[in-house]
Design a protein around this ligand. Sequence first.
Ligand code: UD1
Ligand code: CA
Length: 431
Amino acid sequence: MDISVVILAAGFGTRMRSSTPKVLHKISGYPMIDHIVEEACELSSDIHVVLYHKEELIREHLEKNFDGLNFCTQDVERYPGTGGALRDINFREKKVLVLCGDMPLVKKEDLKGFFKRKEDVLMSVFEAQDPQGYGRAILDASSCVLKIVEEKDASQSEKKVKTVNAGVYLFDKDFLKQNLPKLNNDNAQKEYYLTDMIELANKQNLKVGAVFVDKDTFMGVNSKAHLARAEELMQRSIKHKLLNEGIIMRLPQSIYIDKKAKFEGECIIENGVSIEGECLVKNSHIKANSLIEQSKVINSSVGPLARIRPQSIIEDSHIGNFVEVKKSTLKGVKAGHLSYLGDSEIDEGTNIGCGTITCNYDGVKKHKTIIGKNVFVGSDTQFVAPVVIEDEVLIAAGTTVTKDVKKGSLVISRHPLKMIENFYYKYFKKD
Ligand code: UD1
Ligand code: CA
């Protein structure tokens, strides 16, 4: 079925208590609205996003990340509310699916129910144990929806109704056009409610079918507590999928994995690991409490307690505890302990001793450290970048490397050791 889609995102998101617009708060690495826009793009090529509050910010973000969206600005001064949001939009298709920017967990498969049914209007409902905050759906004996009562307008008995409006609807374009102008704002919030369209449909003898949906999947994120809950649910589903694909996870509930992170081959992810941004982890073992950000880790082991910062490639390598790598390519390298490797390229067979530091920043600019094959870097070495170390070099412990080093050399910048016998006793006057 060809449909138009509209995504409502003009609201103030007051309950979020944040200067960041509600729909730009992130879940599993991406603003809430991205998740629903991605699904919408799979369903339709006529997508309308309704904006008002912090419109510029949201629009700029969406334009950067998606093609072909139509934006419209709601006239919130005159027509506040979800009913006001749909006025004056010209939809291309006969059927219009209404989604909200604050429902990040809905996938296109979850909307299948809307495309099989024949009723004139369809809307999503679920049974909530705690219906607080949701509009209550009043159904007739045959499970058709007669009307929706918003919480703030509900009587005591209506408040007890546990069947609630999940906020997704399928309307005919013509029905919207004819009836949106009939909405009024005669209610507790002085808003134009899209939910009043249900009663209007019933008055015109149209049938409103209730599509029962999963309450977790269709949750609306209105507060930071909801945001935390949505994150938990999305993480659970990301990890569930990866576990089914054969990734080993120790204590999966303690692991965070970005929505766009990719895994290949056999991987082990230990407890407390965070994989952030678009990472690739392939045939690797990420040990406890390590953080990988927007990098590739291939045939390697990382951690425990290591940090791989963006734009790094770690291949056939071993990165041990308290090692920080940034924007570096390591191939066939061992860096077992306590090092900072930034803006570097390090080649096969090279061993990075404990306490090695690439001094990549001169206070103004970043510089590169390039280290060749089979280099032995002694403990406590500093590379003052820019610097190039050719293949097969031996760097003595404690060296500060300030010049390029030729193939086959030893470099050492140690002061000769002085030893003064019995000095201790003179110094502390202990005869
Ligand atoms: C809405 C429904 C409620 C339902 C709940 C499901 C109405 C009146 N109420 O309530 O029945 O149970 O969703 O989650 O529709 N928005 C606009 N323009 C506006 C106001 C809101 O575009 O003037 C957008 C918001 O940005 C948001 C969505 O519409 O993405 C829903 O608005 P929200 O204020 O969250 O509605 P709820 O109170 O949750
Ligand atoms: Ca909501």
